[in-house]
Design a protein around this ligand. Structure first.
Ligand code: F3S
Length: 644
């Protein structure tokens, strides 16, 4: 039987298991890794404890793009620490401000058919180049850098079959919004979304990467396109044609399901506050008054996007009631935009231009006003992520965001008069010097005062008990658990400090109550932990004494982080048991009963009833979580080794 593109990539990197058995445990080894300045602090602290002296991958790259405000010493300390650590371990390190990790990686390093494991949930961006790219937390990134396999469930493979051509003023972002409209924020769980069909060749690599990047919002393990002549042209333009290989699905490849999208029929779409899955046609909300527009992020400020914006703004200005900003994705995009005059109409229209970084996307600047309505081209819009607690963030394509900035209300770009847009990929992009540091000599790594060591966590007892400290609804995001925003990003390197703000958008009393109760248990609905890869969302509840989380189900990436940091994930067997629990109930859980298939007894001591839960973990992960996390387990292994 023939293979899909995803299977061909997995075949190149699988070191354990059988990829024909969907849902079974497989181990894949990364050719490349990437990290960014928020998650990589934990990566390097963990790497330091793994006792290796050099990364074991073909290539590992560190970017500085998330934590860039430098309002005081904290970001600068982190960046210096990362520069020293990358020199020590043989990791390529980008200078702060060179560009957003995923776009810079597309320009300089991504290779079709190879496997990338990245410490960021939008790592699948490289799927636009035909690379198998999977997002993980910082600890799993460290393991990948140390040459250890990443263990995942072999994904089911969905054929997203594209036909036709995108209509004028309907750009590629609308394709992934259409996927989200169809399958919502859980529809990709356990799957790789593989794009096929004649519509593929109508999209360039940057457009494809917008789609694979935002595929993360469906919960998918990854998304991938074939590698074809458009891919070759991209790599040629970045002087890397020798790394290109053709990659397509075999004619008799078998997919597990199919999503058909006729591009001719697509209309401008928009995701409503505050979930990327709440997608409707722009027409349904046109006329909604807005306060702000953010153009940028790792999904939508490649050169083609900037050209499209320049085209729209050459005869149009931003409304006086709207603040608008552009974050170019990389310095390459800046240099090309300046050379081609794209910035002139954008600047003249009244738009602020920031440096190439995540910026407003994770609330690191450009937060909207109180109750502010913001239209953004970013991939996600979880509550408060913009840095403003009561924000109302809509997600749309650059053309919709620009038209809305001009009119002051949400506007279908087809109603705005602007010239027809045409973009040809440059034959050659400007190659800038000094985007990456040369390695430096490191006598001593400097840990700033904000950078605290990884806390120690105990092994679990056979029976764990505690109070239900929060009863949570469906779709709790990592932004809820560990806040984004300029005030909180700099203290992600300081677990005691950031833990004081855990769940702040839901219940500001939680951290104090957790400490007073000496920890406890969380109860949640579906898709607990959706969103980013930040493992602080697992570490800080653990630091506050949370022993177990009983949810209807968990997001893939967060589940892996819970295992790594020793928080026991358990799943309800039915909705009635979830409904019956009250916040404040005392529960006792028999962890001795944990197996991949068996029931685990939970006693509700307050209500004097018993019910059963299960765990979504494999036998190997159960062992890890019982140890209280992977570091404990690895330390124990090395102790055994020493004793032996
Ligand atoms: Fe950065 Fe936002 Fe992308 S935080 S990596 S621009 S999703």
């Amino acid at each position: 039987m023939g293979l899909t593109v995803a299977e061909k990539c997995i075949k190149r990197s699988i070191v354990y298991g059988d990829m024909t058995k969907r849902g079974s445990r497989i181990g894949i080894r990364a050719h490349q890794t990437l990290g960014h300045d928020l998650n990589a602090i934990m990566t390097f602290l963990a790497l330091d404890q793994l006792g290796i002296d050099h990364v074991k991958t073909e290539l590992s790259v560190q970017y500085m793009d998330h934590n860039m405000i430098q309002a005081d010493y904290k970001n600068a300390d982190d960046h210096r620490f990362l520069q020293e650590m990358t020199s020590k371990y043989g990791v390529v390190c980008a200078r702060p401000g060179s560009g957003i990790c995923h776009q810079l990686h597309l320009e300089y390093f991504g290779i079709p058919s190879k496997t990338l494991i990245g410490g960021d949930s939008h790592t699948p961006c490289q799927g636009g180049l035909g690379m198998l790219a999977i997002g993980v937390g910082g600890f799993d990134a460290a393991m990948a850098m140390a040459g250890e396999p990443l263990y995942i469930k072999m994904p089911y493979i969905t054929n997203v079959h594209l036909t036709g051509h995108l209509p004028e003023k309907v750009s590629a972002k609308n394709i992934v919004l259409e996927v989200l409209r169809r399958i919502d924020v859980k529809g990709g769980v356990g799957k790789i979304l593989e794009y096929t069909g004649p519509g593929v060749k109508t999209l360039n690599v940057a457009e494809r990467s917008t789609i694979t990047n935002m595929g993360a919002e469906t919960g998918a393990t990854s998304s991938i396109f074939p590698s074809d002549e458009n891919t070759k042209a991209w790599m040629h333009a970045f002087h890397r044609e020798e790394d290109w290989i053709p990659l397509s699905a075999d004619k008799d490849a078998q997919y597990d399901d199919v999503i058909e999208i006729n591009l001719d029929k697509l209309v401008p779409l928009i995701a409503l506050p505050s979930s990327p899955g709440k997608v409707v046609p722009v027409r349904e909300v046109e006329g909604t008054k807005i306060d702000q527009v953010m153009l940028g992020s790792c999904t939508n400020t490649a050169l083609n996007d900037v050209k499209s914006l320049a085209n729209i703004f050459q005869n149009n200005e931003v409304s006086d009631t709207v603040d608008a900003a552009l974050y170019p994705s990389t310095k390459t995009v800046i240099a090309e935009s300046i050379k081609r005059g794209f910035f002139n109409p954008i600047v003249n229209a009244g738009i602020r231009i920031f440096e190439p970084m995540c910026g407003g996307c994770n609330g690191c600047g450009f937060a909207p006003q109180t109750h502010g309505v913001s239209v953004r081209t970013t991939p996600r819009n979880f509550p408060g992520r913009s840095g403003t607690k009561d924000d109302q963030v809509y997600l749309a394509a650059p053309e919709t965001a620009a038209a809305s900035a001009i009119k002051g209300v949400i506007t279908d770009p087809r109603d705005l008069d602007f010239p027809e847009y045409h973009y040809d990929l440059p034959n050659e992009f400007i190659q800038l010097d000094n985007l990456f540091y040369n390695p430096i000599h490191v006598d001593e790594v400097h840990y700033g005062p904000n950078l605290k060591p990884i806390p120690h966590f105990d092994r679990h007892q056979d029976t764990e008990s505690g109070e239900v400290l929060l009863k949570l609804p469906n779709n709790i995001t990592t932004d809820h658990i560990c806040p984004a925003g300029a005030l909180y990003l700099p203290i992600r390197s300081n677990i005691p400090e950031i833990s004081r703000h855990s769940f702040m958008t839901i219940d500001t009393t939680f951290p104090d109550r957790a400490k007073a109760a000496n920890g406890g248990i969380l109860v949640a609905g579906e898709n607990y932990g959706q969103g980013s890869s930040r493992e602080q969302a697992a570490i800080i509840p653990r630091y506050l004494g949370i022993k177990a989380i009983i949810a209807k189900d968990f997001a893939r990436l967060h589940l892996a982080n819970l295992v790594n940091w020793g928080v026991v994930p358990l799943t309800f067997k039915n909705d009635e048991d979830y409904q019956a629990i009250n916040q404040g109930d005392d529960l006792k859980i028999n962890l001795n009963e944990m197996t991949p298939d068996g029931d685990i007894t939970v006693t509700n001591e307050t209500q004097n009833i018993k019910f059963f839960v299960t765990t979504p973990l494999s036998i190997e992960d159960i062992e890890t979580v019982k140890w209280g996390g992977r570091l404990n387990q690895m330390r124990n292994r090395s102790d055994e080794h020493v004793t032996a």
